[in-house]
Design a protein around this ligand. Structure first.
Ligand code: SF4
Ligand code: SF4
Length: 608
């Protein structure tokens, strides 16, 4: 063993590799992304390529790929964020019945807050729904250790297991003990053994599988109770106690220290199957227990159930009783307040956390020089005065909803915009229906929407915002980029050809930073009937940073503020009541020069 300073997500990847990981697939999404990227970096540095690493087109594909590997006896892992599990839920629910041969971990990172997600869903609840064992680490070290344990349970019980850290564990850093490479488990997969009675899902087999799963989970609840994965910290006869999990356990210990109190704490590391016997033992003789948790009241409900089942009269408090906020992230301060209130204590001065001074409001905006700004502006200009609806999607370009662009009327989930536009079109045939989707999201889940639109005779304009990367999650490759996570250079899948292939007759590609050409293209294409597509192709500003900044000629500028009010580019700032270009931000995209009616902006590589 030796020490390393690692991010939680890196520790998870390294723990999985130490456990003998053979295959890892995933789809990027905060806060999970760095797990797979760490595995890819290890692969490159080890120069052995004995680990297969893949960013798949979406979470469903990724989960199915890892399942196939585990059918062969490989140790596999699939990574995603919590909303990604919704995409992967179809194979997940069936795989729970089919099971695996090699150990398979489904890593799903949850996002309390939420900080960067559409929903605040709790994967512990998904684990219960899918009847899959779930592991919930509370620290970077525990994440490293626990994922190795998760593989062991998966293999022993022939079931995929869910591993669900939350943002603060994923993105926290710590100096932890890690294994030396010669201590790694080297797993040699046996290969696929044909057995249709095992690998083919059928209603008759599913009935038996369901029965077996319920038996297994009852057994696992007992096993977890004695496993040490759900320890009692500070055991004592105290009449009051705490139950917690994940990062909330760390908050609890810090809060107790701030209050100068010691209480017994049940740390739940396996929220499903819940360690009932361990919990019942913990509750015996207690008057009340506070459940400190984030997202759903999983532990609180489980303890209420245990009280009923074991005839215990402990009062269980938490989210359902109003002691802990129903939604959002907890903090050390909020947990300290909740604990003090629960124990009837005055907050000592040392535990009073002054709220931080208010920060200036900084709404998220598209980057300076982002080509999506030009794309939205071109469509807005072309459709001025025409009845239109603009359906957005998931990606950086959701920020096109911000003023002054104001170009996202709907946003639901990955790939939804193209279908929502069709639904609106069928009710409002006189509305010009647009669907904006990024290149990565197009491959992930909008292709089926395009097929649906063509086949069912929709009348809409599909706008692909092609910046040749998966920008929002950190520039991961996708089928349009021509490289894989194994370092191979491969043929790009051409979006234009895909659209023609599924029957979209008109597909035009245009550079959105050539504003006149872009506006003309939108007017021309959107006037056609049926499904038509525009591909706005221009690389992400972050990938091509370094262009010569623009400048405003003070003699020509009439201070009309058109450049400010139309585009909202953060590269244009106000100085002494007049617009000026901030050199440190401007990428020289030249868009503002094209909206200035007085030819006052120039100097950029693309201006004039
Ligand atoms: S050229 Fe204008 S629009 Fe483009 S980044 Fe610079 S300030 Fe922004
Ligand atoms: S659009 Fe041109 S004239 Fe108007 S404020 Fe901007 S730089 Fe000045």
């Amino acid at each position: 063993m030796h020490k390393e300073f690692l991010m939680g997500n890196a520790a998870i990847a390294r723990g999985a590799i130490a456990a003998g990981l053979n295959v890892v697939s995933g789809y990027p999404g905060t806060p999970s992304t760095e797990v797979l990227e760490t595995a890819a970096k290890y692969n490159a540095s080890a120069d052995k390529k004995n680990l297969y690493v893949e960013w798949s087109v979406n979470e469903k594909a990724a989960l199915e790929l890892s399942a196939g590997a585990a059918y062969c006896g490989a140790r596999s892992m699939v990574t995603m964020k919590q909303v990604g599990l919704n995409v992967a839920s179809d194979p997940l629910m069936s795989l729970a019945y089919i099971g695996v041969k090699g150990g398979m971990v489904i890593l799903v990172a949850d996002d309390p807050g939420p900080i960067s997600s559409q929903t605040e869903q709790d994967t512990r609840t998904f684990a219960m729904y899918s009847k899959l064992p779930c592991f919930d680490p509370s620290s970077v070290q525990e994440a490293y250790d626990m994922i190795q344990t998760a593989f062991e349970y998966s293999e022993k019980y022939h079931t995929p297991v869910i591993f669900r850290p939350t943002t603060r564990v994923c993105h926290g850093y710590a100096s932890i003990d890690v294994k030396d490479e010669d201590e790694y488990n080297l797993n040699k997969p046996e290969g696929f053994v044909r057995d249709p009675s095992k690998w083919v899902i059928f209603p008759r087999l599913s009935f038996q599988a369901h029965t077996n799963i319920e038996k297994r989970n009852t057994e696992l609840s007992k096993v977890f109770s004695g496993s040490g994965l759900d320890p009692v910290i500070n055991p004592s006869d105290s009449k009051i106690a705490v139950a917690s999990h994940g990062i909330n356990y760390a908050y609890t210990m810090e809060a107790l220290a701030a209050l100068d109190k010691t209480l017994p704490v049940l740390k739940v590391g396996t929220p499903f199957p819940f360690p009932e016997e361990q919990a019942a033992e913990f509750l015996k003789g207690r008057e009340k227990v506070l459940c400190i948790e984030e997202l759903d009241p999983v532990i609180e409900r489980a303890l209420i159930y245990v009280c009923g089942k074991y005839g215990l009269d402990t009062r269980i408090c938490g989210k359902l009783s109003g002691h802990i906020p129903a939604a959002g992230e907890n903090t050390v301060a909020s947990v300290t307040n909740a604990l003090a209130d629960f124990m009837g204590l005055e907050l000592p001065a040392s535990a009073v956390h002054e709220p931080p001074p208010p920060l200036p409001v900084r709404p998220p905006v598209l980057c300076a020089g982002c080509p999506h700004r030009a794309s939205f502006f071109a469509v807005k200009t072309a459709m001025q005065g025409k009845k239109s609806v603009f359906c957005g999607d998931i990606g950086c370009y959701t920020l096109g909803n911000a003023m002054p662009l104001d170009m996202v009327d709907t946003c639901l989930c990955m790939g939804a915009g193209v279908n929502i536009a069709q639904g609106i079109n069928h009710v409002e045939p006189d509305t010009n229906c647009f669907a904006f989707v990024g290149d990565s999201t197009f491959f992930a889940s909008a292709i089926t929407g395009a097929v649906n639109a063509v086949y069912n005779q929709a009348d809409m304009t599909l706008v692909i915002l092609d910046n040749s990367t998966t920008a929002m999650t950190g520039h991961q490759p996708h089928p349009g980029t021509g490289r894989t996570m194994m370092g191979e250079i491969v043929s790009k899948i051409n979006i234009e050809e895909v659209l023609h292939g599924v029957g979209v007759k008109t597909v035009e590609t245009v550079d959105p930073l050539d504003l006149k050409a872009a506006v003309d293209c939108v007017k021309r294409v959107s006037a056609e009937k049926g499904v038509k597509a525009i591909i706005f192709k221009s690389p992400c500003a972050v990938l091509v940073k370094g262009g010569k900044p623009s400048h405003i000629d003070k003699d020509k500028c009439r201070n009309c503020k058109r450049c400010v009010n139309l585009l909202g580019c953060p590269g244009i700032v106000m100085k002494d009541g007049r617009p000026a270009i901030e050199n440190s931000l401007c990428t020289g995209c030249g868009l503002c020069a094209q909206v200035c009616p007085f030819d006052a902006i120039g100097g950029a590589d693309n201006a004039d």
